[in-house]
Design a protein around this ligand. Structure first.
Ligand SMILES: [Zn+2]
Length: 80
């Protein structure tokens, strides 16, 4: 009876620690894949900061827009 109880506790503990370990691994992986330009200058950034860095200036109207969502400002020779 007591041995079975101990076994159950051991199994729960193993599952618990395994779960925590997997979570730890997942967090490491997430941290590794999320770019930090100061720490990983060679990596291609993928988060929202990219849009802020990839700003393009309109030659005609002189406004700055994120290159992905750049729209025409309405002027005839606006490149967007
Ligand atoms: Zn423009």
């Amino acid at each position: 009876m007591f041995g079975k109880f101990l076994l159950t506790v051991a199994v729960i503990a193993i599952i618990w620690f395994g779960y925590k370990y997997l979570g730890h691994l997942a967090e490491l992986k997430r941290r590794d894949s999320s770019p930090r330009p100061s720490e990983r200058p060679g990596r291609e950034p993928r988060d929202a900061k990219v849009d802020a860095e990839a700003m393009v200036e309109c030659r005609v109207c002189g406004t700055w827009q994120p290159s992905r969502t750049a729209r025409s400002c309405g002027k005839a020779d606006c490149p967007y």
